[in-house]
Write a protein that binds this ligand. Structure first.
Ligand code: PEP
Ligand code: MG
Length: 893
């Protein structure tokens, strides 16, 4: 039979799964010899059994009896004994911190008799009756489900009767009267008396804590924080110590260093003559912890000593809760403390310098997500104090954005085209708003949570977003929104939104670049950047040293390539050539599509080639000496043509006078129209169907490389064929490309070797990777399309339509477009890696879908043995850090 109860002397900090965070750490402190009030923990396993079967597991009662007896023996008193009662607290404590979400009951063991014993032992009648009323109040609320306001109202009434507003003015008789009143409330609302049997109190409280795992707020919190729903909570039963026994008692919280900056020092709050709940309730003002030195020097010194012990033991910043009972210090809780992203980097390096941890460990103490947070532009702290704060919504996608409020996609696109910065304000967004979201600096919505369309899409784009700002009344038709206090913001008025905090401001708040980005850009050296930048510099350097994979960029122009290189990219993993066909060049593509014969087609291709060539030259120059993977055109050609409906309307309106060119164009648009372009004439299929298209691109690549080589450069082109599903497709294009490369080499007299490889972005490609590798020198996993085709999801359609529902239902915890779906898509990748390498052991393997910049996906790529990940320039530092962390994790197990 499993063991369901652990004494604090039996557990340790590594048993969080079983004992919860609080129980595991209480045990750890107990074993360190720190002053923890004795007690025991009932495991999460018992909770899971209870939640599943609706009853406590067999044998639990006996085990609790044994542990309680041992506790009583150690304390020299019995639970609720009339003359000198042992009192206990019953506290929840899950594996993951869920602050305030579950229940706690203090002072278990008090009843009409033992209250006198407590009064006698403490020598304090008032304290005893106050403790008793606290028990009935907490028990009533959490175990018996009575509205807490009823108790609060009774206290208010007692104070009114006394003509005071301060709890401190209530005396023993008042609390005694309140106990009577509270018992009446219990009777009125439950039809039974408050249970006076101490053991019954304890058992009911344990069940209530278990039940609180499934309270609405706990469920909501778990969803938000992505905490699994089935792990359950442990229950800690701990002998009571009292911070409210007079001015020589008190309670406090502390951090072993500043959780915002990482600086060492005394950070915390203390409240004299109080219990922990009073601090949380904010009934009286706390004092800074440093004051404790004056109030109780001995306890203060002991506390600092313990904090040092904890840091040296946990090798990290800890937070603690403590109580002083008549000059004796007790530790009630500790855990590794939460911190800001900046503090995480600083603290990791501080601990490294103190010799507490090594560089590998330091790198594991920070995450790519934290680094990403440090890279967003932010509002100038100094100017924030003067800003006019309007409201606060959800911090859906980090960053700071300022612009004129606009209320429609059309207005956003129009204003952006005129060079205006705009914030798109909507009640909620839908797929039709996509263009507006792209054009805007930021997005603000009054509805929807962190998984709403606006939030999911904005995060995907790296666009600042505040969503669910419920105090705003958005009137799209009237082109305005109204905020708290009736403040009206009309279209064109400037607002500032902070996607990191969720704050919304009126008017312009100055934005500043992140110093971390300035450092990556090379505009700030590590020594100029202060402690934070230095910490980032050190940890990045170490991650680079340890990384097994390199990091490349998805970039399609020279400027982005140069920036990517400054950010540490070691090549280009994806140059999407279709991006070179936009703007003015769209007309040339139109000509290609409309070409009536081979001559016209050749003329159109000839016009495009020099433009492509010069683009490639720029990229090769920026990435000199590093590999540049150029993907031949992928999207269906109709994407380069005007909108079918608009064109049809134009022609219809012009009637007989319609431009013949427009008519030809409409015919082409109709011919090329596809029901599902994602699965239509695109990728390698285009190359096989449109004669000369891929050859033109390969020629441009080869000539650009030859020019660079002739100019003394070191171009390293890699030609990548998209959307291959069968090796035969690749073979045909490969032959064509080889021919063009040979022609250019001969004509130019310069031979530039170019690898030819393919993207793996269809399940069939993954499943036949062994064959495809015969014709490919490299594979790059296009996990955007591979995710779409594996799930049968068309991204543009599904994200807005039902992803928030899927997230709510827990079908996935995170969108498979954000973090690689290891079980499905990941399985295909594993197959392709294994079978591809079996055919061609030196096959180069990378990933270029957006997952290449996602921390968890980077770890997966390391695990399956890819050579590189490729991501957008801005994500490169994140991918570098995670590539290093993945290697360290693999090496240290
Ligand atoms: C992919 O499918 O993952 C990919 C990189 O190609 P694109 O996003 O251009 O379709
Ligand atoms: Mg693709």
């Amino acid at each position: 039979m499993p063991k369901f109860v652990f004494d604090f002397t039996e557990g340790n900090k590594d048993l969080k799964d079983l004992l919860g965070g609080k129980g595991a750490n209480l045990a750890e402190m107990t074993n360190l010899g720190l002053p923890v009030p004795p007690g025991f923990t009932i495991t999460t396993e018992a909770c899971r059994h209870y939640l599943e079967h609706g009853s406590l597991p067999e044998g639990l009662g006996d085990e609790v009896n044994r542990h309680l007896a041992a506790l009583e023996q150690r304390m020299g008193k019995r639970l609720g004994e009339p003359g000198d009662p042992l009192l206990v607290s019953v506290r929840s404590g899950a594996k993951f911190s869920m602050p305030g979400m579950m229940e706690t009951v203090l002072n278990i063991g008090l009843n009409d008799e033992s209250v006198h014993g407590l009064a006698a032992q403490a020598g304090d009648e008032r304290f005893a009756w106050d403790s008793y009323r606290r028990l009935i109040q907490m028990f009533g609320k959490t175990v018996l489900d009575i509205d807490g306001d009823l108790f609060e109202d009774a206290i208010e009434a007692a104070k009114d009767a006394k003509g005071t507003k301060d709890d401190g003015d209530l005396d023993a008789a008042d609390f005694r009267a309140l106990v009577g009143r509270f018992k009446e409330i219990v009777r009125e609302h439950t039809g039974r008396d408050f249970p006076t049997d101490p053991r019954e109190q304890m058992d009911l409280a344990v069940k209530a804590v278990f039940d609180s795992w499934n309270a609405d707020r706990a469920i909501l919190y778990r969803r938000q924080e992505r905490i699994p729903a089935d792990v359950g909570t442990a229950v800690n039963i701990c002998s009571m110590v009292f911070g409210n026994l007079g001015m020589d008692s008190g309670t406090g919280v502390a951090f072993t260093r500043d959780p915002a900056s990482g600086q060492q020092g005394i950070y915390g709050d203390y409240l004299q003559n109080a219990q922990g709940e009073d601090v949380v309730a904010g009934i009286r003002n706390t004092v800074a912890l440093i004051e404790l030195e004056r109030i109780d020097k001995a306890s203060y010194d002991r506390l600092l000593e313990i904090m040092e012990t904890l840091e040296n033991h946990y090798l990290d910043m800890c937070d603690i809760e403590f109580t002083i009972e008549r000059g004796k210090l007790w530790m009630l809780q500790t855990r590794v403390g939460k911190r800001t992203a900046a503090a995480a980097f600083r603290i990791a390096c501080q601990l490294l310098d103190q010799g507490l941890i090594d560089a590998d460990e330091a790198a594991t103490r920070v995450t790519g997500d934290q680094l990403a947070q440090l890279m967003f532009p932010r509002f100038d702290e100094a100017r924030l104090a003067d800003a006019r704060r309007l409201t606060k919504g959800m911090n859906a996608s980090p960053g700071a954005a300022v612009g004129k409020a606009v209320f429609t996609t059309e207005a956003a696109v129009r204003a952006a085209a005129e060079g205006e910065d705009v914030i798109l304000v909507r009640r909620e967004t839908n797929p039709d708003d996509l263009a507006g979201m792209v054009a805007a600096r930021g997005v603000l919505t009054s509805r929807g949570g962190k998984t709403s369309h606006a939030a999911v899409v904005a995060r995907g784009m790296g666009k600042t977003c505040v969503c669910g700002a419920e105090e705003l009344d958005v009137d799209v038709k009237g082109r305005r929104f109204t905020g708290p206090g009736g403040v009206v913001v009309n279209e064109g008025d400037v607002v500032s939104i902070d996607g990191t905090s969720g704050e919304v401001y009126l008017g312009e708040v100055p934005v500043e670049d992140s110093p971390v980005v300035l450092y990556f850009e090379g505009r700030l050296t590590d020594s100029e950047g202060g402690e934070l930048v230095q910490a980032v510099h050190r940890l990045m350097r170490h991650a680079d040293e340890r990384a097994g994979m390199t990091v490349r960029a998805n970039a399609d122009n020279a400027e982005d390539s140069a920036r990517a290189r400054r950010f540490g990219a070691q090549g280009i993993g994806l140059c999407r050539t279709e991006h070179m066909f936009l703007g003015d060049r769209r007309q040339l593509v139109e000509k290609l599509i409309l070409a009536g014969d081979a001559e016209e087609r050749t003329a159109a291709l000839d016009a495009l080639e020099p433009l492509q060539r010069s683009d490639f030259e720029g990229i090769f120059e920026a990435m000199d000496g590093l590999p540049v993977t150029i993907r031949l055109i992928d999207p269906p050609l109709h994407e380069f043509l005007p909108d079918m409906t608009e064109l049809a309307v134009k022609i219809a309106l012009a009637g007989d006078g319609a431009d013949p060119q427009d008519r030809r164009l409409l015919e082409a648009v109709r011919r090329l129209h596809e029901q599902n372009p994602m699965l239509g004439l695109r990728g390698v299929r285009l190359g096989l169907v449109i004669p000369g298209l891929f050859s033109m691109q390969v020629r441009a690549i080869a000539e650009a490389a030859a020019h660079r080589r002739a100019a003394g450069g070191d171009p390293r082109p890699e030609i990548m064929i998209p959307l291959v599903g069968a090796v035969q497709e690749l073979e045909a294009i490969r032959e064509e490309a080889k021919g063009v490369l040979a022609e250019v080499a001969e004509a130019s007299g310069v031979d530039v070797p170019a690898l030819i490889g393919t993207m793996i972005e269809l399940p069939r490609a993954a499943l036949t990777a062994g064959q495809i590798a015969e014709a490919a020198e490299f594979f790059s996993f296009g996990t955007n399309d591979l995710t779409q085709t594996t799930w049968g999801f068309s991204r543009d359609d599904v994200e807005a339509a039902f992803f928030s529902r899927y997230l709510d239902l827990g079908i996935f915890g995170v969108s498979p477009f954000e973090t690689l779906d290891r079980e499905g898509v990941g399985r295909l990748i594993r197959i392709a890696v294994e079978e591809g390498r079996r055919t061609r052991p030196d096959l180069k393997l990378g990933i270029c879908g957006e997952h290449g910049g996602d921390p968890d996906s980077v770890h997966f790529c390391h695990e399956v043995g890819l050579d590189y990940v490729s991501c957008s320039p801005f994500r490169i530092p994140v991918a570098r850090l995670e590539a290093g962390r993945a290697a360290i994790a693999a090496a240290t197990g």
